[in-house]
Design a protein around this ligand. Structure first.
Ligand SMILES: C[S@@+](CC[C@H](N)C(=O)[O-])C[C@H]1O[C@@H](n2cnc3c(N)ncnc32)[C@H](O)[C@@H]1O
Length: 239
């Protein structure tokens, strides 16, 4: 199963940010550390709900997503954000040291393990020395244990799971045979990974971790529980 290509295809076809809604947004754990005119980059911005809110606070916000429709939608609001279509796994189209902070909300969960370190290197590269990475991602939940275990033969790590295109279909998948036949019949929409705090700290091990907090909320679209973890890292140095 090619995690990278099924995910790229899925996200190219759906302009989604109503999964998370307004449940994820940087608060004082990031904003209190930023200069008033900070330059921010929202990676995987969807239609720009978070980017637009930050622009309204006066920050200079750039936002990228691989989904063209989401970016068109963001641009049509004229909310002061500079939107750009880009796939972060291809590298970020910005010079080194451009931003005071980079933000990801439920984006690393979609990046296969083999590409994660490269994506984190890119987030780092475009940060100024002393800049911040605000990372808000789905976190591990034992309620997903069956899904993690079913996906384990197809994944190269624990806590990766399949997301099915059809909700009713998803609830019928209880055995390895069910999953095999769902994969065979094209029922899989994408794969995702739930992080532990330690995994994220490991990914950003060159940085200081200034903040880590877990929270639970509900998705406005699916009404299901979302467990998330928010971390703030600081790139060493001063600009
Ligand atoms: C679950 S949505 C989250 C959207 C938004 N960040 C939020 O919190 O509401 C994931 C977003 O990441 C985008 N995405 C996924 N993989 C990406 C990639 N490789 N490069 C850029 N954007 C990506 C998707 O198109 C989608 O808009």
């Amino acid at each position: 199963m090619d995690f990278a290509s099924i995910n790229a295809k899925y996200w190219a076809g759906i302009a989604a940010d109503d999964i998370i809604g307004d449940n994820a947004a940087p608060g004082d754990e990031l904003l209190s550390r930023l200069p008033v005119d900070a330059k921010l980059l929202d990676v995987g911005c969807g239609r720009g709900r978070m980017a637009g809110a930050l622009s309204a606070k006066g920050y200079a916000v750039t936002a990228i997503d691989l989904n063209e429709e989401a970016i068109r939608n963001g641009r049509s609001r004229n909310d002061g954000v500079t939107y750009q279509v880009a796939d972060v796994t291809d590298g970020l189209p910005f010079p080194d040291g451009t931003f005071d902070a980079v933000l990801t909300s439920f984006v690393l969960v979609n990046i296969p393990k083999t590409q994660r370190a490269g994506v984190v290197r890119e987030l780092h590269r475009v940060l100024k020395p002393g800049g911040y990475a605000w990372i808000n991602e789905g976190t591990a939940s034992e309620g997903y244990r069956l899904r993690y275990d079913l996906a384990r033969p197809y994944a190269d790590e624990d806590r990766t799971f399949f997301v099915m295109g059809d909700k009713a279909f998803a609830s019928a998948i209880a055995t390895p045979e069910d999953l095999k036949s769902a994969i065979g019949s094209g029922g899989v929409a994408r794969m995702a990974h739930h992080f532990t705090a330690d995994e994220l700290r490991e990914l950003f091990s060159d940085d200081d971790c200034l903040h880590a907090a877990a929270s639970v909320t509900a998705s406005p679209r699916t009404k299901t529980e979302i467990r998330m973890i928010t971390l703030v890292f600081r790139k060493p140095g001063t600009s």
